[in-house]
Design a protein around this ligand. Structure first.
Ligand SMILES: *Cc1c(COP(=O)(O)O)cnc(C)c1O
Length: 475
């Protein structure tokens, strides 16, 4: 399999070449040249693989369709090392459970080390990075900014890995006590937590300033692990297959998925699975008050938001101003025309912050051909949904999953199981759970008392020179 850029650059790179890269040289995102097709016989075979050999074997089957420059035996070993019952808590890895007889099901994606779905891909990425860096005799310094989930998922994926160090900025005192404890209690020598006296935007500005210094970036081998990385997206395709296979008995059945969305990374993996022929009826994009994506699927207008227009909500991991993976879907929607794509995302977005496909006949195909629909949820909806799901089904869901359940209810059809992706556990967002239910969320045993653990974190002013010095000393 070769990869090309959404903006027309046709380097035809292999998987291991794009693994350690961010954007393509033309500013586009990497996409596979084709989507391998899963016919009925292939799906039946995967059903057998999942039932008899488990999730890791399924992951190997899907990944090997897209990765031909890592020997099969090595890739299999990396999958087996990643998707274990020990790490994810169940044999199924992503078990699917019905919510009573509503037609709704929850697929659990947040039982990994940091209790959010980002672990599903990041844990694999950690093992792939370690493998590829060793093979090349190289090292990498991951430098990023986080307001919560991504940074901790990256640190738990890279901790103790050979050849990789992580330098992670976060806004001092602004993450929840649980999130701070999760990150700052890591004592691994290759993990550097830096709390910046400022807000998340200050952290991001520091990352940008360092990335723009190309000499420094090259000399210190600075890299990222953000959600546009193709390997992360690919790892996520696996749980759409698993969810489908767990929820159905035969390939003649269809399911729909509702996905709590921000940067469009999670639901884009659903799009890939559907393009491969997985029998998905609808892909429902659920947003919070930051409704960039819902607006697009309703109106055909994609309008990125300014910071004044970006709301801080109680489902904070979906608080985005633009959806960084959305370009991948639009690439398919407009017939994989790199020049036209570049006009939309480079020219029009830079000039006026938006583009409008409402008059383009292909926009209608987002729903008809590609199965997309959308909806949005507010703080009040979240509180009500958390309460209802708890009262009616005895299940405690987090704020992001609640956005998903709220929107899923508006789209559920009889005879088609609606799988809502559970993207985090309630303990990560305790304050809102208390607001909704008047009680503290349950806490998995291994997280008892983590707020009291010793912390390893350096507090710093928003000072680019200081963070560069820190990297120079420790890289
Ligand atoms: C990152 C995240 C999301 C949004 O996922 P995208 O891939 O950015 O659309 C939703 N919920 C939780 C809990 C997250 O951490």
């Amino acid at each position: 399999m070769k990869y090309l850029s959404t903006r027309g650059h046709s380097g035809r790179l292999g998987f291991s070449d794009i693994l350690l890269e961010g954007l393509a040289p033309d500013g586009g995102l990497y996409m596979p040249e084709t989507y391998p097709q899963m016919d009925d016989a292939a799906l039946t075979r995967l059903r057998g693989v999942l039932a008899t050999q488990g999730y890791a074997a399924l992951a190997f089957e899907i990944l090997s369709l897209y990765i031909d420059d890592i020997p099969a035996a090595d890739l299999k070993r990396l999958c087996e090392k990643t998707y274990t019952q020990e790490v994810y808590g169940t044999k199924e890895i992503t078990p699917v459970t019905p919510l009573g007889s509503t037609g709704l099901h929850l697929e659990a994606l947040s039982n990994g080390p940091t209790l959010a779905f980002k672990d599903m891909a990041m844990q694999l990425l950690g093992n792939l990075f370690e493998y590829e860096l060793a093979r090349r005799g190289e090292t990498l310094n991951i430098f990023g900014a986080t307001s919560g989930d991504t940074g901790s998922a990256a640190e738990y994926a890279m901790r103790g890995k050979k050849g990789v160090k992580v330098f992670m900025l976060s806004p001092h005192g602004r993450m929840s006590p649980f999130q701070q404890a999760q990150m700052f209690s890591l004592m691994d020598e290759n993990i550097f937590n830096i709390a910046v006296e400022g807000v998340f935007d200050d952290c991001q500005d520091m990352v940008k300033a360092v990335s723009n210094d190309l000499v420094f970036k090259k000399k210190y081998k600075i890299g990222t692990v953000n959600s546009i990385n193709w390997a992360r997206l690919l790892a996520q395709v696996v749980y759409y297959f698993a969810g489908y296979l767990y929820a159905t008995k035969s390939n003649s059945e269809k399911v729909s998925f509702t996905v709590p969305s921000g940067n469009f990374g999670n639901v884009c993996a659903g799009h890939v699975a559907r393009m491969m022929g997985l029998p998905i009826d609808k892909l429902i994009v659920a947003t919070n008050e930051n409704d960039v994506l819902d607006e697009f699927f309703r109106t055909g207008v994609y309008r990125v938001r300014g910071s004044a227009d970006t709301h801080e909500t109680s489902s904070p991991s979906m608080d985005i101003s633009k959806a960084s993976n959305f370009e991948r879907f639009v690439f398919d929607l407009i017939g994989r025309d790199g020049a036209a794509l570049k006009d939309l995302f480079a020219t029009q977005i830079s000039a006026k912050g938006s583009f409008d496909l409402s008059g383009d006949a292909r926009f209608a195909q987002a729903a008809t051909k590609y199965g997309f629909a959308s909806g949005k949820s507010t703080h009040a909806n979240r509180l009500q949904t958390i309460k209802e799901v708890f009262e009616q089904h005895g299940v405690m869901i987090d704020t992001h999953t609640a956005d998903g359940v709220k929107v899923a209810r508006e789209h559920v059809k009889s005879g088609v199981p609606m799988i809502v992706l559970e993207t985090a556990l309630p303990i990560k967002f305790a304050a809102t759970i208390v607001e909704a239910l008047g009680r503290e969320p349950s806490r998995p045993a291994k997280f008892e008392g983590i707020e009291a653990l010793p912390k390893r974190v350096l507090v710093m002013k928003p000072d680019v020179a200081a963070v560069k010095t820190l990297i120079e000393k420790n890289a």
